[in-house]
Design a protein around this ligand. Structure first.
Ligand SMILES: [Fe+2]
Length: 199
């Protein structure tokens, strides 16, 4: 049995305050993220999935209607771990040169890249995620609904923004666009995206 555990949050609950408050982080990480871990452990117990890593469970259950609950919880664990790493205190600002070069090549400028990511994720109908990904050698922005993850589509995820309401409602209520703009300007971890390009 491969017991899944909640990965450590890479900073204190109040590190992203006031853009994302400790109140939001504590519910989001300690209740929602933990909940997906607990659910997955229950769902895979006694099944063939019990011996598999998180990534293998996601790959094996993607698109399988009868395994939707397992996929949803596994993908949500992975997506959230990736989201925490996509943010940092005093983030935003100018991306590192190697990332900036790819943004300019794909979008014309850093600002256009940010705008396209922002408008894509703000327009996600209902719950989901916005992603900067590497498709071959080219940067792209994509969105996914609910627990869906670009991991299963052959592209390399570089960073993500969670737009489930639990990610912002305590701090921003219905103002999703304000939350996304604040995250991109003040918290986004461009260095993490670059690490993923080089990984
Ligand atoms: Fe979330």
């Amino acid at each position: 049995m491969n017991e899944h555990v909640l990965p450590p949050l890479p900073y204190a609950d109040n590190s992203l305050d006031p853009v994302i408050t400790a109140h939001t982080i504590s519910f989001h990480y300690r209740k929602h993220h933990q909940g997906y871990v607990d659910n997955l452990n229950k769902l895979v117990s006694g099944t063939d999935y019990a011996a598999l890593s998180l990534e293998k469970i996601i790959a094996a259950t993607s698109g399988q209607v009868e395994a939707a609950a397992i996929f949803n919880n596994a993908a949500q664990i992975w997506n959230h771990t990736f989201y925490w790493k996509s943010l940092r205190a005093k983030g935003g600002g100018e991306p590192p040169a190697a990332l900036k070069e790819k943004m300019v090549a794909a979008f014309g400028s850093v600002d256009v890249c940010k705008k396209e990511l922002s408008s894509m994720v703000v327009s996600q109908f209902g719950s989901g995620w916005g992603w900067l990904v590497l498709d071959g050698d080219k940067l792209k922005v994509v969105k996914t609904a609910n627990a869906e993850t670009p991991l299963t589509t052959g592209v390399k995820p570089l960073l993500t923004i969670d737009v489930w309401e639990h990610a912002y409602y305590l701090d921003y209520q219905n103002r999703r666009a304000d939350y996304v703009a604040a995250v991109l300007d003040k918290l986004i971890n461009w260095e993490f995206a670059l690490e993923n390009i080089n990984a």
